[in-house]
Design a protein around this ligand. Structure first.
Ligand code: UD1
Length: 419
């Protein structure tokens, strides 16, 4: 077990290079199963979830090596259609292997990915879509047994909600299917287009990865490729929040402003100066922060649910009252009680949090409740007076590559130690 010790009050300043996107890397790693020869993926962040995905690949018989941000995956020796329960439980996104394994082999056995600290995460939309594509799914003792007696067939799928995971699973399953699949009301998150682009590099025929209607014409086989995953927009948003909370000034190299419109809007409303060029974002938060009236998490291009907690931490010291509504997950305010321990004034009612800015936050011991909630506590600790200890940081390590090193580069007083 490890913890972070943070002495707050230092303004963050400097440049950092944004890591590759976790939410792209995981479905793309699953997509390696579909390729007919070796895949080389660059820009893969060193995260516990990525190692978990590599272990799943290995359990399927895909040889993988992960060195210096590059994963090499050789899927030619696939020997299993079964993802062991232990591996399914290590990572919420493991469900995305379902579409990939089915697409490649026509069969798959895995367990439900399990509950989640954000509230229930059902997969009914995934399963309904796969059934429409000819997959027979039986559930036995918590395990899903999936077969395709007549092969996987293209279908027109109307998603009731633009689910990111369901869109990815359908795309992966459809790439080698017989005929065309059309996903209506598909998720439009930039990671969807990144997955589409990776699959295209492998020879898939996909159009509309960012349009809300994705068309996939099944092909007979896919080949390997070399691909670099997109930069992580949620890490970019988190480091912007950390810099803004401390009144700092940073440059995020590699960040793509076009993916972060709803986020940069909020920082501007809070009084930050934000500008961008082709491959970087500059943020200056030297002026006192102002509250932001109305932030609502929504599917892309709306404000991302993953940025909600770090931005809330930033607003704890903003002048006035901010109102944040979480519409994607039912239980995504678990960082609120921990922020309150640091002196934040936050009231929640259902899915709405009302944040009244306080003059100071105070360092104390806090526990990361989930990945982004944990990152929010780090942001608050950086802005707080005195020393904070953040524990349960294995959750933060699921999404941020050596977070203490990145923040120390910006001048933060932060260290990791065993506890
Ligand atoms: C979601 C986020 C994604 C984020 C990720 C990790 C959205 C739209 N999705 O993706 O941006 O990176 O969490 O935090 O912001 N749902 C069902 N049935 C299903 C699938 C989903 O009811 O079969 C519901 C979920 O309970 C949730 C909502 O749809 O309320 C969003 O789900 P989805 O986009 O699928 O979640 P993730 O893929 O995990």
């Amino acid at each position: 077990m490890q913890r972070l010790i943070i002495k707050g009050g230092k303004q963050l300043s400097g440049e950092l290079t944004v890591q590759g996107a976790k939410n792209s890397a995981l479905p793309i790693l699953a997509g390696c199963v579909l390729a007919g020869s070796q895949v080389k993926l660059r820009g893969i962040p060193e995260l516990s979830d990525v190692y978990a995905a590599c272990r799943i690949l290995a359990s399927l018989g895909v040889k993988t090596a992960f060195v210096d941000g590059t994963v090499t995956a050789d899927p030619t020796g696939i020997s299993s259609i079964h993802v062991p329960e232990k591996l399914m439980r290590q990572m919420r996104s493991s469900i995305v292997f379902l579409g990939a394994v089915l697409g490649k082999t026509g069969a798959c056995r895995l367990s439900f990915p399990g509950g989640c600290e954000l509230g229930p995460r059902p997969i009914d939309m995934h399963l309904r879509a796969l059934r429409q594509m000819g997959v027979k799914i039986t559930e036995k003792y918590g395990e899903l047994i999936c077969e395709c007696p007549h092969g996987i067939k293209g279908a027109v799928i109307n998603l009731p909600f633009p689910s990111v995971g369901a869109t990815e699973n359908i795309m992966l399953c459809a790439a080698l299917a017989d005929g065309e699949t059309v996903i209506c009301n598909a998720a439009r998150e930039p990671e969807i287009e990144d997955l589409a682009e990776f699959l295209r590099c492998c020879g898939a025929r996909i159009i509309g990865g960012s349009s809300g209607t994705v068309r996939i014409k099944g092909v007979k086989e896919l080949h390997g490729c070399e691909y670099t995953v997109m930069p992580d927009r949620i890490c970019a948003a988190t480091f912007m929040a950390a810099a803004a909370a401390t009144g700092g000034e940073i440059v995020l190299k590699g960040a793509r402003a076009q993916d972060l419109g709803a986020v940069t809007d909020v920082f501007r409303q809070a009084g930050c100066l934000v500008s961008d060029s082709a491959d970087r974002i500059y943020l200056n938060a030297k002026k006192p922060l102002r509250a932001v009236r109305d932030i609502k998490t929504l599917p892309y291009p709306g404000f991302p649910t993953d940025a909600q907690a770090p931005v809330m931490a930033m607003l704890c010291k903003a002048r006035g009252t901010s109102v944040i509504t979480e519409t994607i997950f039912s239980s995504r305010f678990r960082h609120v009680d921990e922020l309150a321990r640091m002196g934040a004034d936050i009231k929640t009612e259902g899915r709405t949090a009302v944040v009244t800015g306080v003059r100071e936050l105070y360092g104390t011991g806090v526990v990361a409740p989930d990945l982004r909630g944990g990152a929010a506590l780090v942001c608050a600790a950086l802005a707080a007076q005195g020393e904070s200890t953040v524990t349960n940081i294995c959750l933060i390590d699921r999404g941020y590559e050596k977070i203490e090193k990145t923040l120390a580069l910006l001048g933060a007083d932060i260290r990791r130690e065993n506890c």
